[in-house]
Design a protein around this ligand. Structure first.
Ligand code: ATP
Length: 258
């Protein structure tokens, strides 16, 4: 595993579509959370971000979506700096975000939640119809329950709905924060299979995950953050074999005990 070196090797080649370049982010003005972080999401790949609790993974994802403003560096999308641009303009550019916490409107039906994902092209009836059909083909349970309130779905089904709503945008990039947190193992496997298939649909993925083993299995390239800094990065082969992973996790446990 490379230590804070620039991306190198076969897995790191390819066009960088979205990234953080030397980005620092602070909360409340003076609490620095990200400290000169570099992350590159390459086209058609799953890029994983892992690290111990509080490392800044979710902060990095929120910054990639424009929720947080860098104090140094740039959020770069297809060569353009997005610093200072509001999040809705990220949506218009084809960047979708599925946050860690539930983001559905529980009293609205499954279909109405999906329709909210179609808001930016609401006047294009054919596209709306196509997107709904694609969502129900991908997740048949959502079609079966299209008229039920979103709150009546199980946790895993609600996650499917959030993923389907994000895909309604037909995005180029999807940012996923802990997509299987609190989800039963069987549905988690389905969600990881779904994520792994996104690049085949031309969708680039950035995945933040506490589940290091699953994240390594599903990602093409991984960044390790620690205390808001780049700790390591490498192609997935760097994380295969138990020794590298175990060493990493052991280091985190030691770090937490301290
Ligand atoms: N709104 C906020 N105001 C102040 N500090 C915050 C805020 N949100 C997060 N933090 C702090 O920023 C640090 C990084 O948080 P972040 O959620 O990005 O970490 P993480 O790596 O995603 O951790 P976890 O895996 O526990 O979700 C933590 O110390 C956290 O307490």
């Amino acid at each position: 595993m490379a230590n804070t070196t620039p991306a190198a090797g076969a897995a790191a080649s390819g066009e960088v579509i979205l990234g953080l370049e030397d980005v620092s982010v602070s909360y409340h003005g003076d609490i620095t959370i990200l400290d000169h972080v570099n992350i590159s999401a390459r086209k058609g790949m799953v890029t994983g971000i892992i690290g111990p609790n509080g490392a800044g993974k979710s902060t990095a994802l929120k910054t990639l979506y424009g929720f947080l403003k860098p104090t140094t560096g740039h959020i770069r999308y297809k060569g353009e700096s997005l610093n200072g641009k509001p999040p809705y303009t990220f949506i218009e550019r084809g960047i979708a975000f599925v946050p860690q916490n539930r983001s559905l409107f529980g009293d609205l039906s499954v279909q109405d939640n999906l329709l909210l994902g179609c808001w930016v092209f609401r006047n294009d009836a054919a596209r709306v119809r196509r997107v709904l059909e694609a969502a129900y083909a991908q997740f048949p349970i959502l079609g079966d329950k299209r008229h039920d309130p979103a709150s009546s779905l199980s946790g895993g089904q609600q996650r499917f709905l959030e993923l389907a709503r994000a895909l309604a945008l037909e995005p180029e990039v999807v940012l996923l924060d802990e997509p299987t947190a609190m989800i039963a193992p069987k549905l988690s496997r389905e969600i990881y299979d779904f994520i792994r298939a996104l690049p085949e649909k031309g969708i680039t993925v950035v995945l933040v995950d506490q589940n290091v083993r699953q994240c390594a299995a599903v990602s093409d390239y991984l960044y390790v953050l620690e205390l808001g800094r780049n700790k390591a990065e490498g192609g997935k082969e760097m994380f295969e074999g138990d020794s590298a992973l175990h060493k990493l996790i052991a280091e985190w446990l030691e770090y937490k005990i301290d």
